[in-house]
Design a protein around this ligand. Structure first.
Ligand code: SPD
Length: 279
């Protein structure tokens, strides 16, 4: 069998990947969850018709969402991952020997269960690490209950649709910043400059009101709309601090010092939008 999977996250844009076979297809309590084997990108997870990650190109996403805040903070001890049930961010977080606890707040247990099966070749089994604590629950309540607890928070979410919309709100950013220790840093999945300009502007405004040194950065991921995705770095600590920090043990497949720096260089139209259109 060889068929095309076509994704239409935006009504004016489509992309497709050729798939070899469907590995799993189920309706969980929360969403339509599919795992497929693709022709080129290895195994992929699809939620409600949207590609979340593939084995071949997830490194740009997970290395950048994790290492930029982790390196900026230096010796992170307690880390919270919001979402992230596939284990890709967790695998990167656990590379740091300074990490004493990595809490993953994921709503859908089936995402974890099936990812352990279909991404084992890529991520190993980070869930058995004694530092990992999986909480199958909504992150909002957890953030509310845990002010001032985390050195780093990684918001590794789906797109702002349905239940996930709240994770892109000012309210969420306030709770997230409140859950950081002083000088802690967060990085969030923050969508695509071409397609989501207004949303990113709003989030940047919230981040600026809450912290001294927020910044938007970008990574290339061919299977995401527009070929990539951006992240909001949210912290009083400048992201540049991370440029001086050595990488944790293990192999990097995307980040290096040049990429780390260049990721914060924004195309002019978008830089202007984020600066409020004034300069
Ligand atoms: N438009 C796709 C955005 C996917 C973001 N979530 C990725 C989860 C990987 N851990």
């Amino acid at each position: 069998m060889s068929i095309w999977f076509t994704e239409e996250l935006h009504p004016y844009y489509r992309k497709g990947v050729r798939i070899k076979r469907i590995l799993a297809d189920e309706q969980t309590q929360y969403q339509h969850l599919q795992f497929v084997e693709t022709e080129f990108f290895g195994n992929a997870m699809i939620l409600d018709g949207i590609i979340q990650l593939t084995e071949r190109d997830n490194m740009g996403y997970h290395e950048m969402i994790v290492h930029v805040p982790m390196l900026a903070v230096g010796q992170p001890k307690r880390v919270l991952i919001v979402g992230g049930g596939d284990g890709g961010s967790l695998q990167q977080v656990l590379r740091y020997s300074s990490v004493e606890e990595a809490v993953v707040c994921e709503l859908d247990q089936r995402v974890v269960d099936l990812s352990r099966e279909y991404f084992a070749a890529s991520f190993g089994d980070p869930w058995v690490d004694p530092r990992t604590r999986l909480l199958v629950r909504d992150a909002f309540g957890y953030l509310e209950e845990n002010p001032g607890q985390f050195d780093v928070i990684i918001s590794d979410t789906t797109d702002p649709i349905g239940m996930a919309e709240r994770l892109f709100s000012d309210e969420f950013y306030k709770l997230m910043v409140r859950a950081l220790i002083p000088g802690g840093a967060a990085a969030t999945q923050c969508e695509q400059p071409f397609f989501d300009t207004a949303l990113i502007q709003e989030i940047h405004k919230s981040a600026k009101a809450l912290t001294k040194n927020p910044a938007y950065y970008y990574a290339n991921i061919p299977t995401y709309p527009g070929g990539g995705i951006g992240f909001m770095y949210v912290s009083d600590t400048p992201w540049e601090n991370g440029l001086k920090t050595p990488y944790p043990p293990g192999v990097n497949n995307y980040i290096n010092p040049e990429i780390h720096k260049a990721a914060f260089a924004l195309p002019e139209f978008f830089r202007r939008e984020l600066s409020g259109g004034s300069d």
